[in-house]
Design a protein. Sequence first.
Length: 231
Amino acid sequence: MLLAELEIFHSRQAQPTRRVALGHIVLPVEPAPGLGGILLGAVVAKHARELADDDVIGLRHLIREVGDGRRIIQPRLRNRYQVDRHGLTSSVHRLIGEGDEMSFEFADRAADLAQVLGAVYAVERIDQQHRAPIADVLISALRWKGPIGPAMVAFLAGAQSSSLAALADPRAWALGRLGFPESEKDPSSREVARRYRQQMRTVHPDHGGAHEDASAAIRELAEARRILTKA
């Protein structure tokens, strides 16, 4: 199932004039950063690690400007962002869901800088009220040096779980993870703490939980408690 999609148009590598434009976009961003924000962050994380330090610094400034809704004078970082796609080549990046798992499909037909710029300028297609959280995700993505996978997703989302359910509807996931019935939508902090202790007893190795699964389960329970008790 397609969860998010980003189409970037860009100059062919041999052309001296570098241009970037955007095509079809599916970027859900609620609740923040949303699956669209995760896809944009993944594109940045994958390609920014190959860039020179000066380009990374320039991208950090550009991301903040786009996130704030400022007008961006072109060209920027040796690439011109434009609407016209004539003569440009297309690369499509996708976030795919299967069950509760996610995977990325990257089409790498352009230089790394063009791919990152496409992801950054896609933030301009998002409503202003949602841009700042997405900009924060892209800033974090510039720092990511690990593999493109679940750990990166959790890092970008600022969460302890990278499951699709946790990202698509964090509150519903947290209620289910702590064992609340579907009819319970707004438990008290005291009830959340009680459920947390109960679930911890079932997963902790000292109480018979599987050693190989305990660490992940404990992190998820802590994340569920945080979601339900945060202001």
